[in-house]
Write a protein of this length. Structure first.
Length: 326
């Protein structure tokens, strides 16, 4: 780790280069939307430069990475070496909760990685919580969808279609109920809802995909359904529980909701039944071992419904401990 002195010098240069709203974080009680976006970008640059002093930390700040306790200057500060060559970055700033989420392509060594970052500020504007999820070993197929965010996700929501903060939070939280209970009617997903996970498109694919190899033919069919239709087939029944659900970051300007959670999968059934799928009565799950998946979901909401989902998930040992708390 580079010296803290060098980090503080770098911090001075960064603060001078940031807009006034971003500078406000150093002493103001609240960081506005532009300030939070600038903070997230400065934090990502601090990871690249291995300069934790480039951002201001609260006393006793908690840092977690891939579920493990870390610290300012460790973990991703040591391993992240560059910015992604693409333009893939999704910000979800929330001045109300004084938090910001950033999903961004970065470089670790020579390898592209998808990094999720959540930052929370204390009353003085210093970082009190920093949480990283780093998805590695991305394939060409995944990277093809991680060149830039989908246009629809980044577009501001017209006033006539904008939803209240309470509605945005409810839709994000209700999605986990719908997924856990295999019932799409517990939330609201539009017919055009498309989901990407670590770059893979996992909903509303073409039913005929030349050259695509699937581990099971059931999933080839199910992957062509929309977000809601998939849930109602019972295809996610192998999910035992979704714990540590944290949905309290929303950006009404873009209609984005940031959710974090922890999935448990015992994988103790060789087959799970499917409903309403003419060609398949069940899905073979016998080859899968038990695992957990800490995850980030970003929901694009407008007109009272979820239209896009962008997710990051990590395969971790079964019954791993949660990061932070429920």
């Amino acid at each position: 780790m580079k010296s803290m002195t060098a980090g503080l010098l770098a911090a001075s240069a960064i603060v001078l280069a940031l807009p006034a709203t971003a500078q406000a974080q150093s002493g103001a009680q609240s960081c506005d939307r532009d300030c939070l976006i600038a903070l997230a970008d400065s934090y990502a640059q601090a990871l690249i430069d291995d300069e934790p002093g480039a951002v201001r930390w609260a006393p006793g700040a908690v840092v977690m990475e891939n579920l493990a306790p870390s610290s300012a200057g460790a973990g991703a500060f040591d391993t992240i070496t560059g910015d992604g060559e693409d333009n893939y970055a999704i910000h979800v700033p929330d001045p109300v909760s004084q938090q910001v989420g950033l999903l961004k392509m970065m470089v670790e060594g020579d390898a592209p990685v998808l990094v999720g970052i959540r930052l929370k500020l204390d009353a003085s504007g210093a970082i009190s919580e920093a949480e990283h999820l780093v998805a590695r070993n991305l394939t060409e197929g995944q990277l093809a969808n991680l060149q830039s965010p989908r246009v629809q996700i980044m577009m501001p929501v017209p006033e006539a279609y904008a939803d209240s903060r309470a509605r945005l939070l409810w839709l994000g939280r209700a999605y986990y109920d719908a997924l856990d209970l295999n019932n799409s009617r517990l939330t609201v997903m539009a017919d055009d809802c498309v989901r990407h996970e670590n770059g893979y498109q996992t909903a509303r694919n073409s039913f005929t995909r030349p050259g695509q190899v699937f581990s099971d033919s059931e999933f080839a069919y199910l992957g062509g359904l929309g977000c809601a239709a998939q849930m109602d087939t019972n295809m996610w029944e192998y999910i035992d529980t979704i714990e540590n659900r944290r949905v309290d970051i929303v950006d009404p300007v873009t209609g984005l909701v940031w959710g974090m959670s922890h999935f448990h999968h015992a994988m103790d059934k060789d087959h799970t039944p499917l409903l309403g799928v003419p060609w398949f009565e069940s899905r073979d799950m016998s080859r899968f071992n038990a695992f957990d998946m800490p995850a980030i979901h970003i929901y694009k909401v407008w007109g009272g419904a979820i239209h896009e989902i962008e997710a990051l998930g990590l395969v971790m040992p079964y019954q791993s401990e949660h990061s932070f708390s429920d």
